[in-house]
Design a binder for this molecule. Structure first.
Ligand SMILES: Nc1ncnc2c1ncn2[C@@H]1O[C@H](COP(=O)(O)OP(=O)(O)O)[C@@H](O)[C@H]1O
Ligand SMILES: [Mg+2]
Length: 329
């Protein structure tokens, strides 16, 4: 009897090892194309973008992966392109930025509720039929970027889930016992806590490995992050604050995007208009770059609609004698 039992266990073990979890999942990423794509969306963070492109290519080639393709921690001030980069990665790797699943950890902080939101509540508890907001979409499509914002705000039960997801590449839904697979996904966690302090802690350090170590030491000493999570990331990146030139680049990008939304293409934008948008933005700069889109909408939308109505396609954004926006073909 006990022999048969042993036999069964052995079979189970073999089956487990053969589990789809360990299947070959190699995929080839065109690093140069990825790099170009990311840079077209994320400005002023070239070093990070280049490193991310390389890391993704190398990690995606790993055979028998039992962890996510890649897990990264994005640190840095708000409005510097962290979410934008995550979206751009989703767009390139998974076809559309909608294939990014995003969670705001400040909403996952109330004692234990965060965990059941992500992986469902135990059978019999309220809401257990609907499953987890993280696990369900992963069952439907495991090829995703999964983004957790402001992770320092997550409670410790959510942190435990992070550790499991990053370390084992899987999470079990509490309500059903079904397992969600993360080995085909890219996990990104972000935090703007301590951006300035971290940046000071690595001042003057040039060597990338020393830099990373200094950052990890600082973050772990400051007790914002549990040290064991810092060891689970493939990479940690510190985003730079955007300089004026980069904000101008983003402004042009946003003007072109707004025009595109109205079915127009932009041929030229008067520098004075960009300066004026930047000035308005600076006045309310405590919101960083987030107000820029609204400012540009207010400056340009009216005239763009008129231009479109007049049957124009390719337009120049100029400044009238009265200092107003003038859009003409
Ligand atoms: N480096 C950047 N390059 C291009 N756009 C940026 C950059 N940083 C911020 N933005 C713009 O500002 C907005 C907020 O950026 P986001 O990536 O969400 O900031 P965060 O770093 O706080 O996640 C986005 O709409 C994005 O278009
Ligand atoms: Mg963000």
């Amino acid at each position: 009897m006990s022999d048969i039992k042993k036999m069964t266990d052995w079979e189970k073990l073999t089956a487990m090892l053969k589990d789809s979890h360990e299947e070959e999942k190699t995929r080839v990423i065109d690093e140069a194309a990825l790099n170009l794509h990311l840079k077209s969306r994320v400005k002023g963070q070239d070093q990070i973008v280049e490193d991310v492109s390389k890391l993704l290519r190398l990690r995606a080639l790993v055979e028998k992966r039992s962890k996510p393709i890649c897990s990264m921690l994005f640190l840095g001030p708000t409005g510097t392109g962290k979410t934008e980069l995550a979206k751009a990665i989703a767009e390139f790797l998974y076809g559309h930025e909608k294939n990014m699943l995003r969670f705001d950890c400040s909403e996952l902080s109330s004692g234990g509720m965060g965990k059941s939101r992500l992986v469902g509540s135990a059978p019999g508890f309220v809401g257990s039929e609907s499953g987890g907001q993280l696990t369900r979409p992963m069952f439907a499509n495991p090829k995703r970027v999964v983004l957790f914002d402001e992770i320092e705000k997550a409670d410790s039960s959510v942190f435990d889930l992070f550790l499991q997801m990053l370390g084992d590449g899987r999470l079990t839904e509490q309500s059903t016992g079904k397992t969600a697979d993360f080995t085909e996904s890219v996990i990104i966690l972000t935090s703007n806590a301590l951006a300035e302090e971290v940046s000071k802690s690595i001042q003057g350090v040039d060597d990338p490995h020393e830099k990373l170590n200094a950052m990890k030491t600082y973050l772990s000493d400051s007790k914002v992050f549990r040290p064991e999570i810092l060891g689970r990331f493939d990479k940690i990146y510190l985003f730079n604050p955007l300089d004026g030139f980069t904000v101008a680049e983003v402004a042009i990008q946003k003007i072109a995007k707004l025009a595109g939304d109205y079915g127009l293409t932009i041929d030229f934008v008067a520098p004075e208009l960009i300066m004026s948008a930047l000035k308005s933005n600076e006045k309310i700069s405590k919101f960083g770059i987030r107000e820029l889109e609204r400012i540009i909408f207010e400056m340009f939308a009216d005239q763009m609609v008129v231009a479109k109505k007049n049957g124009q396609k390719k337009v120049k954004c100029e400044i009238s004698a009265e200092g107003q926006v003038k859009i003409a073909g």
